[in-house]
Design a binder for this molecule. Structure first.
Ligand code: 5GP
Length: 123
């Protein structure tokens, strides 16, 4: 049983249905990626599966092999296309309350384009 039911009214579900615009950077049968509306680095892309998954654990445990391969490959392609691979970048998947996830549809943030602050305060 899912830890958390999927809310079809979340903002990324609306983007997937075309009800809210986005600046698309990549799309295939299983994946959509677009620029974050409030970028926290020169490159800040959100990569989402098209399926209704709330979090990375939900996706990893319940998505099909085809979806998982497509998502993983897409993150590689988008990172390369964004030009952040050589100097480096950060992937973040905030998850539920303790992870401070705001939008309950799985998204991986790709952040790069400059040297980022350390991940956690004091780390
Ligand atoms: P979370 O805190 O859930 O990991 O990240 C949600 C992200 O979605 C935030 O970085 C926020 O700026 C972004 N976001 C929220 N609403 C929209 C929107 O309508 N369009 C886009 N492109 N990004 C959004």
């Amino acid at each position: 049983m899912a830890v958390q039911p999927y809310d079809p009214e979340n903002i990324f579900a609306k983007i997937l249905r075309g009800e809210i615009p986005c600046t698309k950077v990549y799309e295939d049968d299983h994946v959509l990626a677009f620029n974050d509306i409030a970028p926290q680095a020169p490159t800040h892309v959100l990569v989402i599966p098209k399926g209704s998954y709330t979090s990375y654990d939900d996706f990893a445990l319940n998505a099909s092999d085809a979806e998982i391969v497509a998502y993983t490959r897409a993150i590689g392609k988008i990172s390369k296309e964004a030009g952040v691979v050589e100097d480096g970048y950060r992937l973040i998947a905030n998850t539920r309350e303790h992870g401070r996830q705001d939008v309950p549809h799985l998204h991986v943030h790709i952040l790069g384009g400059e040297k980022l602050p350390r991940m956690l305060p004091g780390a």
